[in-house]
Design a protein around this ligand. Structure first.
Ligand SMILES: Cc1cc2nc3c(=O)[nH]c(=O)nc-3n(C[C@H](O)[C@H](O)[C@H](O)COP(=O)(O)OP(=O)(O)OC[C@H]3O[C@@H](n4cnc5c(N)ncnc54)[C@H](O)[C@@H]3O)c2cc1C
Length: 402
């Protein structure tokens, strides 16, 4: 009898953890497992803002997939998913086609450009290792270019971050620490560099407690981030950002606009005909799609809610917790047993503000400063241990706790 074919799309936190769990839970004769991912490495998305700011080299965030999967149990294909044909249970990749019996979608989100003119063309988003490296090199190039100008163009030293959510705030916190280092490297006068943050609300970190948001604003401003509240982005061009505050238009001359303002559905699953809710795939508590009972969904792709019906925020912790449930439910499904439910993760909130500052709520306690960073480092290291044991932790762990 043919073994059922399980295909996992995307090796982010959710996809790779599902694969690692399945390789432990299933025997070689029970199923054929295939993991499809764009790159030959998994990356720690939650460190990308450090890679983009240049405070952490991108190689530290990369983990070779062959080092963590058992290739006698998992076929690994480096390719890009183009479409999912659910009726035929087929996946179209750029270079081949695959048939599946059970599918796990873990492809994460796409940046949301919200139809604002010029956003697609002239902004940068922190989405993967290549985009993070590109942002760092682009900023450095502009510093180098300014230093080399005969007629100095100061707009090369203006950096604009659009969106004051977690990602924007974390990136600003890293970058403002790195600017003095770059100024020394490229012989640039520090007072000429401006780091702006445009936020359309009256505060940053909307989903955080007010005290934490206030702390974050004060921390960033004290180090020189110029936060512009109630700034409604109107348009982006290759050398300027146009925004409005209380109906009045303003322009910042800049070659560097980093957009962190939200995500949208990945076009692959958007076209697949699955039920979507708030740009994610609607799932039952057992992580099966509400439209197709041969498709499990994990991580940022999956729309899940807590007992009060409130959306659970997409985080690495959510993706990792769901991966354990998806792997267990695949094993149960193969044995024709009843599937288990995913318990909503207890959500803490955490945003780092650079190497030694941050804010967090852990079990309703507010945490400020270095303690928040320590929590983040411990949680990143714990993840590495879960993924690849002591070997991976010792190879890739971040032990510069502060
Ligand atoms: C800069 C940054 C900082 C963050 N900080 C934190 C934090 O401190 N704590 C926290 O909990 N969360 C944080 N998050 C959120 C967290 O990273 C996400 O919630 C988490 O990555 C979701 O995991 P996932 O597996 O669903 O998706 P992802 O980790 O995004 O993985 C999806 C993978 O699928 C691949 N993929 C996508 N499309 C295709 C395709 N068509 N074909 C093949 N492969 C594809 C992608 O390359 C990607 O590797 C941060 C996010 C960012 C961007």
């Amino acid at each position: 009898m043919n073994k059922p074919h399980i295909v996992i799309l995307g090796a982010g936190y959710g996809g790779i953890m599902t694969a690692v769990k399945l390789q432990k839970q299933l025997g070689q004769n029970e199923a054929e497992i295939t993991l499809v991912h764009k790159y030959d490495y998994h990356f720690q998305t939650s460190c990308l803002h450090e890679n983009a700011a240049g405070t952490l080299h991108q190689d530290s965030s990369k983990i070779k997939i062959k080092d963590i999967i058992n290739r006698s149990k998992i076929n690994f294909i480096i390719d890009e998913v183009v479409s999912i044909k659910r009726e035929a249970k087929k996946i179209k990749l750029k270079n081949r086609k695959l048939h599946y019996d059970l599918l796990v979608i873990g492809m994460g989100p796409e940046p949301n450009t919200e139809g604002i003119p010029g956003l697609n063309e002239y902004t940068y988003s922190i989405t993967d290792i290549n985009s993070a490296r590109f942002i760092r090199e682009h900023i450095e190039y502009n510093f180098a270019s300014y230093a080399n100008d005969i007629k100095k163009d100061e707009s090369k030293l203006n950096i604009v971050i659009g969106g004051g959510g977690i990602l924007g705030v974390e990136f600003a916190g890293e970058l403002i620490n790195q600017i003095p280092v770059m100024c020394r490297e490229y012989d640039v006068e520090k007072t000429l560099v401006h780091l702006y943050m445009l936020e359309e609300n009256t505060s940053l970190l909307q989903k955080f407690d007010e005290d934490l948001a206030h702390y974050a604003i004060t921390s960033l401003q004290s180090r020189g981030v110029e936060i512009i509240h109630q700034a409604k982005l109107k348009e982006c061009q290759d050398n300027k950002v146009i925004y409005e505050v209380e109906g009045k238009e303003h322009v910042i001359a800049s070659h560097t606009f980093i957009w962190t303002g939200g995500v949208q559905a990945n076009p692959v699953f958007e076209k697949s005909g699955l039920n979507l809710k708030n740009k994610r795939i609607e799932v039952y508590s057992n992580m099966l799609s509400t439209k197709d009972d041969s498709i499990f969904v994990v991580g940022d792709c999956a729309y899940t809610a807590n007992e009060n019906g409130e959306e659970i925020l997409p985080t690495a912790k959510k993706a990792i917790g769901e991966a354990a449930v998806v792997a267990r439910n695949i094993s149960l499904r193969l044995k024709n047993k009843e599937l288990t439910s995913c318990q909503p993760v207890k959500q803490g909130m955490l945003a780092t503000l650079g190497r030694d500052d941050g804010v967090a709520t852990i079990q309703n306690h507010k945490v400020f400063g270095w303690k928040a960073v320590l929590i983040k480092r411990i949680s990143d290291n714990h993840y590495l241990y879960k993924l690849g044991g002591w070997n991976l932790l010792l190879k890739k762990g971040n032990f510069h706790l502060l």
